[in-house]
Design a protein around this ligand. Structure first.
Ligand SMILES: Cc1cc2nc3c(=O)[nH]c(=O)nc-3n(C[C@H](O)[C@H](O)[C@H](O)COP(=O)(O)OP(=O)(O)OC[C@H]3O[C@@H](n4cnc5c(N)ncnc54)[C@H](O)[C@@H]3O)c2cc1C
Length: 407
């Protein structure tokens, strides 16, 4: 069986290796001059390669794609990914967040291991080889590159999404897929920093709230959160970043307009509103202490001072009126973070949307529209949270596609 894999990222290298180790003759085509460019820059160049959980834990994090991903994750779960890299000499470690990294903290080791696995199993890797189109030709496929056309029995498309286009991921395959009759769910940036903020927040640039609970609420209708995430929130010169803001960003970009959704933060999620009120009332009896010093118990000074300034003046706790008390609680437990946009695909860690899942077989990743066409990785309509989930899905789907394409 001749198999051509297009795109040497996480899914493509795994697919090529899996196909070649199941006796296929495999060519892996990559437009960049080296393989795995996104792997190299991932996780702050440390590569968070999976998450410390089981297949179900990964699938659950993928929302609408949960059931689709289950079979491939079940066949190649996080522990199998860890074993795969450990058998290539890449020891891994689990951090307190559950993120799995190479002990060396070097993404290049992960990329090199995948590259080596592929080469050792007989994959012919062609870098600097951009594919321009694919088309069926009877029972074969023609893969057109900038220089030539390759005829093959089967083709696996793993060109990723269109975020961080500087990595080579410019969304080329969406046009090929559309031409082949595949529906594409609207693509949008996810895991992306958000643009916005109030003028007073300009002074907070660089400030991190280690433990926050960020929620996305619809502006109209039921006030049930569309997404919630507890974690670090970073105030920046343009708006908001950090895991909590980034993780809910995909839900915001799913809205028709940013005006349809609100971003709310609970700055002290470890205390209930009642506990906060009790503490405030207790302090009111204390006389001289000021509101800013109370806030500094929970928040970084700059944020405590900013909130105090917002509320007018740094009154003594004994002078805290009922109205001010309410405003204070509102600011601490449900502060609105105004958002007008995102940093776009340029700065999005993943692309949400993509090839519609009901047109792809979740066990083999073969197109339900075309025999011999396999689609895996981020090109599909899958996007997971920060934490190694996205690489895990790319590895599992790529492997399943590779094995199926070789059979
Ligand atoms: C800055 C950053 C950090 C990240 N960190 C993490 C992390 O730590 N953990 C995690 O789980 N996820 C992380 N991600 C997300 C993760 O990198 C992706 O979800 C994952 O790489 C998707 O794998 P893929 O194989 O589908 O696509 P990619 O890895 O994007 O690979 C696609 C490949 O196809 C090639 N290609 C595209 N078009 C063509 C063409 N026409 N011809 C030939 N080749 C082509 C591209 O050059 C690219 O090499 C991060 C993403 C970014 C941008």
């Amino acid at each position: 069986m001749d198999v051509v894999v297009i795109g040497a990222g996480a899914a493509g290298m795994m697919a090529a290796y899996a196909a070649a180790s199941h006796q296929a003759s495999v060519k892996l085509l990559e437009k960049n001059n080296k393989t795995g460019v996104k792997i190299l820059m991932s996780g702050g160049t440390r590569c968070n390669l999976t998450h410390h959980t089981d297949a179900r834990g990964i699938a659950e994090a993928f929302g609408h794609a949960k059931r689709f991903l289950q079979p491939s994750l079940g066949a190649f779960p996080p522990q199998a990914v860890v074993d795969f890299f450990e058998s290539a000499g890449i020891a891994t470690k689990v951090e307190s967040t559950g993120k799995v990294f190479p002990v060396s903290n070097r993404a290049v080791h992960v990329r090199d291991a995948l590259h080596r696995y592929a080469v050792d199993s007989g994959v012919e890797i062609r870098t600097g080889c951009g594919v321009t189109r694919i088309r069926p030709d009877g029972k074969s496929w023609i893969v057109e590159t900038e220089e030539s056309a390759i005829v093959t029995d089967r083709v696996i498309v793993t060109t990723g999404g269109k975020s961080w286009p500087g990595c080579g991921t410019t969304g080329d395959a969406y046009a090929w897929m559309t031409e082949l009759g595949h529906a594409i769910e609207r693509t949008r940036p996810a895991l992306v920093p958000l643009i916005g903020g109030d003028p007073w927040m300009n002074d907070l640039s660089g400030l991190v709230v280690d433990d926050s609970l960020v929620s996305v609420l619809p502006v109209s209708g039921k006030q049930k959160p569309l997404a919630r995430r507890r974690g670090g929130l970073l105030f920046t010169h343009f708006g908001f970043s950090g895991p909590a803001a980034m993780d809910v960003s995909g839900v915001m970009t799913a809205a028709d307009s940013m005006e349809d959704v609100r971003l709310i933060v609970d700055l002290i999620p470890e205390c209930t509103e009642e506990e906060l009120l009790a503490e405030i009332n207790h302090r009111r009896g204390g006389g001289k202490s000021k509101m800013s010093s109370l806030l500094s118990m929970w928040l970084p000074n700059r944020l405590a001072n900013g909130i105090t300034a917002q509320l007018g003046q740094d009154v003594r706790m004994a002078e805290l009126s009922k109205n001010l008390r309410k405003q204070l609680i509102d600011n601490l437990k449900r502060m609105t973070l105004p958002v007008i946009g995102t940093r776009g695909f340029e700065k999005a860690e993943v692309t949400a949307g993509g090839v519609r899942l009901d047109q792809v077989n979740p066990r083999t990743f073969e197109s339900r529209l075309h025999q011999g066409l396999f689609i895996a990785g981020e090109l599909l309509d899958v996007d997971g949270p920060i934490g190694g989930y996205n690489f895990q899905a790319a590895f599992s789907s790529g492997r399943a596609a590779g094995i199926a394409a070789a059979s």
